[in-house]
Write a protein that binds this ligand. Structure first.
Ligand SMILES: Cc1cc2nc3c(=O)[nH]c(=O)nc-3n(C[C@H](O)[C@H](O)[C@H](O)COP(=O)(O)OP(=O)(O)OC[C@H]3O[C@@H](n4cnc5c(N)ncnc54)[C@H](O)[C@@H]3O)c2cc1C
Length: 347
C-alpha cells in the first residue's frame, strides 16, 4: 500500500485536505479511529459573519466564505445532496447596553439589514435584534459521511512513537490490523489530540471544550433562522433544534457536564418563552492554537511531516480556503501565508 500522502484524522480538516489533494492528482489515504474524539462530528457547522461583544466582522470573512461556498456547492453538485444552507441569522440583543454598542458600530456594518424591534414569536426580545444576511450552516456530519463513502479511509489507531519510521523518500507506517503503508508525505490532522502526543505537541494550544444540547421545541418548527443571543439556537430536523455552546478551558475532555448544561439552560431561560425538552447533550474540544489562526505546513526537523490543524471554532468556514492554500504551496513552504505557517513556532 503506497500513497503520495497519508493523513491522520478524519475530521473536517483531514477530509477537506484530502479532497484538495485529490484535485491535483495525489493518491491519499486517511487513517482515523473512532476511539479518539472528533469535534467535527458534534459541531453545528454554523458560519457567522459578525461575532463577539464588539460585533466584529469575522477575520477575512468574505474571502473564506467565497472559498467555502464554492467548495461545498461543488460537493453538493457531485454528490447530489444538500450540504450548505444559507438561512438568515439574527442576533437578539441581551441588554440595552448591547443594543447601543451595536448602534455605535453600525457604520462598519452598513451592509447588514439593521435593527428591528418587532417581537419574534417564541422568543423574548425586548431590546430588539439585527439581521445578518449571510449566516450559513454546513451539515458537517453529512459532509463527513458522504466523504467517507468516496475517499480511501482505514480505521486504525495511529501512534507516532511506535508506528512511524522516516526513510530517505518519506515514511513507513506499521498500522495494527492494517499492515505496512509507505507514503511520501505524512500530514497530521488530529484536532485537539495533537496537543497530547506527537511531534507538534509543543504548539501553543489553547483548546476550548464546548457543550451542545439537542432540544425538541414543537412551537418553533417554523423558525428556520439561526438565532444568536449569547448562545445560538438552530433548527436541525423535525421539531429538533441544536443549542450551544459553552467555552471551558480547564477540563479538556469530551464528556458532557451538569455545569455545561446549566450554563446553556440559564441562557435559554432568558431567550425562549415556549416550552422545550432536552433530548441529547454532547461535548467536544475545539482545536485552538494562537488566536484561532489555523496552523499548517511542514515540521522543521522532518521535511515530509506536515500538520493541518488549529481550525478553532470555525472549521466549516476555514477548512476549504486553507486546505486549498496548503495544497497550492505543498512543496514551497516559504510561500505560505506567514500568519498560518507552522514555522512561526519553535518546535
Ligand atoms: C461544541 C462545539 C461546537 C462547535 N460548533 C461549530 C460550528 O457551529 N461551526 C464550526 O465551523 N465549527 C464549530 N466547532 C468547531 C469545529 O468542531 C472544529 O473547528 C473542527 O471540528 C476541527 O476539525 P479537525 O478535523 O481539526 O478536528 P476533529 O474534528 O477533532 O478531528 C480530528 C480527527 O482525528 C482523529 N484522530 C486523532 N488522533 C488520532 C490517532 N492517533 N489515530 C487515529 N485517528 C486520530 C479523530 O478520531 C478525529 O476524527 C464546534 C466545536 C465544538 C466543540
Amino acid at each position: 500500500m503506497t500513497y503520495d500522502v497519508v493523513l491522520i484524522g478524519g475530521g473536517i480538516a483531514g477530509v477537506t485536505l484530502a479532497w484538495f489533494l485529490k484535485r491535483v492528482g495525489a493518491t491519499v489515504l486517511i487513517v482515523q479511529h473512532g476511539r479518539f474524539p472528533c469535534a467535527s462530528r458534534i459541531a453545528a457547522g454554523l458560519i457567522t459573519p459578525v461575532t463577539g461583544k464588539r460585533f466584529a466582522l469575522s477575520w477575512r470573512f468574505q474571502e473564506f466564505w467565497q472559498a467555502a461556498e464554492t467548495f461545498y456547492r461543488s460537493c453538493e453538485q457531485s454528490w447530489q445532496t444538500e450540504l450548505l444552507q444559507v438561512p438568515r441569522a439574527i442576533r437578539i440583543f441581551q441588554s440595552e447596553e448591547e443594543e447601543s454598542r451595536f448602534l455605535s458600530r453600525m457604520s462598519w456594518l452598513s451592509e447588514w439589514e439593521g435593527l428591528s424591534r418587532e417581537p419574534i414569536a417564541g422568543f423574548q426580545s425586548p431590546f430588539g435584534y439585527f439581521t445578518m444576511p449571510r449566516g450559513a450552516r454546513l451539515n458537517i456530519s453529512r459532509y463527513l459521511e458522504e466523504s467517507y463513502k468516496r475517499l480511501n479511509i482505514v480505521e486504525a489507531e495511529f501512534d507516532w512513537h511506535q508506528q512511524a519510521r522516516a526513510t530517505s523518500t518519506g515514511w513507513v507506517l506499521d498500522l495494527p490490523k492494517v499492515g505496512t503503508i509507505t507514503t511520501n508525505d505524512l500530514v497530521l490532522c488530529q484536532g485537539d489530540q495533537a496537543r497530547l502526543q506527537g511531534p507538534f505537541q509543543k504548539l501553543p494550544f489553547l483548546s476550548a471544550k464546548g457543550e451542545i444540547l439537542r432540544l425538541r421545541i414543537p412551537q418553533l418548527v417554523c423558525e428556520k433562522r439561526i438565532i444568536h443571543s449569547g448562545i445560538w439556537l438552530v433548527h436541525d430536523v423535525g421539531e429538533e433544534f441544536l443549542c450551544g455552546s459553552t467555552y471551558e478551558w480547564d477540563q479538556l475532555d469530551s464528556l458532557p457536564t451538569e455545569a455545561g448544561r446549566q450554563k446553556l439552560l440559564e441562557k435559554l431561560q432568558h431567550l425562549l418563552n415556549v416550552p422545550y425538552e432536552i433530548i441529547d447533550h454532547q461535548a467536544g474540544v475545539r482545536p485552538i492554537i494562537d488566536r484561532q489562526r489555523p496552523v499548517m505546513g511542514w515540521h522543521p526537523h522532518f521535511s515530509r511531516l506536515g500538520i493541518f490543524n488549529g481550525l478553532g471554532s470555525k472549521g466549516s468556514l476555514l477548512a476549504p480556503y486553507f486546505a486549498e492554500h496548503f495544497v497550492n504551496r505543498w512543496h514551497q513552504p516559504d510561500t505560505m501565508d506567514p500568519e498560518v505557517n507552522v514555522r512561526r513556532f519553535e518546535l
